[in-house]
Design a protein around this ligand. Structure first.
Ligand code: HEC
Length: 146
């Protein structure tokens, strides 16, 4: 798959799940939130790669979604929801403070970027790299690839 296809798929997933209310700590709620984050990251990546033109409003919307969504994401891992057929590692519940700190860092980095909105594709690219480190780090530690 090329970047355009990935970004398009992510954007569509983000939109389709945008209306899901996620307050109950279920597998669906987690996935819906991550899909929103994934869709927003895909939108930023498309601008960074030049497959979509720079659009300040789109950058702002994506960063706002990431900042807000990362904040509520760890709340979906309540005690007693460890089991399930999802990709959430049991290590999340053993290291909840670290898990929360990683989500908080992603949210804080997105807010920092919002405060000084990346003004061109190169700046968006730098932001994607910063945020991407949080995505990759947390997935490596806490996401089981099935
Ligand atoms: C605090 C940890 C954490 C951070 C930070 C994080 N993720 Fe995730 N992500 C997870 C976990 C855990 C899952 C698996 C959830 C499940 O299956 O219940 C996941 C799943 C996903 C999925 C799969 C959703 C699906 O359809 O199954 C996508 C896409 C995703 N993350 C994108 C991202 C992107 C993009 C970023 C960075 C902008 C990011 N994530 C940051 C923990 C994180």
């Amino acid at each position: 798959m090329n970047w355009k296809a990935v970004a398009a798929a992510l954007a569509i997933a983000g939109m389709a799940f945008g209306s899901v209310t996620a307050a109950d700590g279920t597998h669906d709620a987690r996935i819906a939130l991550m899909k929103q984050i994934g869709g927003s990251a895909g939108a930023l990546a498309a601008i960074a790669k030049g497959t979509k033109p720079y659009d300040a409003e789109a950058v702002k919307a994506a960063l706002t979604t990431i900042a807000a969504t990362a904040k509520v994401f760890p709340d979906q891992f309540k005690p007693g929801t460890e089991t399930g057929d999802d990709e959430a590692s049991p290590k999340i519940w053993e290291n909840m403070d670290d898990f929360k700190a990683r989500a908080a860092k992603l949210s804080a980095d997105a807010e920092t970027a919002l405060a000084q909105l990346p003004a061109d594709p190169a700046a968006v690219d730098a932001t994607v790299n910063t945020l991407g480190a949080s995505c990759g780090g947390c997935h490596k530690a806490y996401r089981i690839k099935k």
